[in-house]
Write a protein that binds this ligand. Structure first.
Ligand code: PLP
Length: 401
């Protein structure tokens, strides 16, 4: 084991809630009480009790998201929920039309959306258009609409970007797409902890969530698939969840997912206000350091309250990662899912952004004291990490001026 395996270890200033956030007490309690659940498809009393726990959790999720419980499918996480929507809807369209359906997505999507879309396109199963983002990571509604063709079977645009924290106008996009009868899927994995996610109000047809981003356990998520939307399942088997997602119900995980979402939604407005203030303070202090720039939208309506994305000039990514570890700060110099931290981020490339990225993300356990410590550490560490190559270039530039 490397150090403390919990996310909020005694010595760690935890600024990586976008990668995973600690479980909420209600989620722990639900998981614990259903850890030894019977099979929720068994007809005996213990099985029926387990099934009730799953269905009650499904209702909680539906209430939290503004949809019907029949539209909620529990998955193994955000990745499966995204894959189910992208592949399942594309395959269903292919079956119906017997032609090659067209998909539209964006260059800032998580690999859980982009990779299945590209995989389908490489196999000739769909035609694919990937819409470029604006420089701040947001996606322009008009550009997405311009990419739509008569054969478009699905548009997938994320509610909020995991790296830059850029928030998109889902309601605006959904309204325009529904006029043209094109279904919209959204990856709301990063959004739901601090932003109101309402399936009916937004008018989206499919949506993906991951419980470990809002205080549930890792390994469980939600796919919302609106009634009447044809979806071919990814896996076949026992026919659970209306045949859309076969496999024994993960009773403890499903129950914990619903409990976490209910708790997250209950204090979401307060959390958002608190985190907007904390992230603004953190960003103001850290960008006072020379060579540190903030990226992503700054308008609070279009940025996640939880995220501060920075670009550092003349800092080696490996030195940054080691320096943060040594100082007891857990943060991300890329997306956690993109394994090698030093690999260039496709999202930043698509936005035309350069520099060493540092994402600081806060969550429901974050405190003002933790942010104060982060400010102390980062304002001391970041200037020390700037390379001599950088200073040579800076003094040369000063001479020419
Ligand atoms: N979508 C986004 C925007 C994410 O940030 C992540 C995880 O980081 C995922 C999907 C994948 O979710 P999971 O880890 O539950 O598979």
């Amino acid at each position: 084991m490397v150090g403390d395996a919990t996310v909020v270890g005694a010595m760690t200033t935890y600024l990586d809630h976008a990668a995973t956030t600690p479980p909420r007490p209600a989620a722990r309690a639900a998981l614990e009480s259903w850890l030894e659940a019977a099979n929720a498809s068994s007809t005996h009393l213990a099985g029926q009790a387990a099934r009730v726990a799953v269905e009650e959790s499904r209702e909680s999720v539906a209430t939290a998201l503004g949809c019907s419980p029949h539209e909620v499918v529990f998955t193994s996480g955000g990745t499966e929920a995204d894959n189910l929507a992208v592949k399942g809807i594309a395959w269903a369209a292919r079956e119906r039309s017997r032609g090659v359906p067209h998909l539209v997505t964006t260059a800032v999507e998580h690999p859980a959306v982009l990779d299945p879309a590209r995989w389908l396109a490489e196999r000739g199963e769909v035609a694919l258009t990937v819409v470029p983002p604006r420089r701040d990571g947001r996606v322009d509604v008009e550009e997405v609409l311009a990419a739509v063709r008569p054969a478009t079977a699905l548009v997938s645009v994320m509610a909020a970007n995991n790296e830059l924290g850029a928030v998109n106008d889902l309601a605006g996009l959904a309204a325009r797409l529904s006029e043209r009868g094109v279904p919209l899927h959204t990856d709301a994995v990063q959004a739901v902890a601090t932003l109101e996610v309402d399936v009916a109000r937004w008018g989206v047809d499919a949506l993906a969530l991951s419980a470990h981003k809002f205080g549930g356990p890792q390994g469980v998520g939600v796919a919302v698939l609106r009634r009447g939307l044809p979806v071919v399942p990814l896996s076949h088997g026992g026919g659970q969840d209306r045949g859309v997602r076969s496999g024994t119900f993960a009773v403890g995980l499903d129950a914990a997912c619903g409990a976490a979402l209910t708790a997250a939604v209950a204090d979401r407005a307060d959390l958002r206000a608190r985190l907007l203030a904390l992230t603004d303070r953190l960003a103001a202090a850290v960008t006072a350091v020379e060579g540190v720039r903030r990226s992503g939208p700054t308008d609070p309506s279009w940025r996640l309250a939880s995220h501060v994305h920075l670009l550092l000039d003349d800092v080696e990514p490996t030195a940054l990662a080691l320096g943060l570890d040594a100082a007891g700060v857990a943060a991300s110099s890329g997306a956690a899912c993109g394994a090698g931290a030093t690999k260039a981020s496709p999202v930043l490339e698509a936005c035309g952004l350069q520099g060493t990225p540092l994402r600081l993300s806060l969550g429901w356990t974050s405190t003002a004291a933790e942010v104060d410590r982060a400010i102390d550490v980062l304002t001391d560490l970041l200037p020390r990490l700037r390379t001599s190559r950088g200073s040579a270039r800076r003094s040369a530039a000063a001479e020419v001026r």
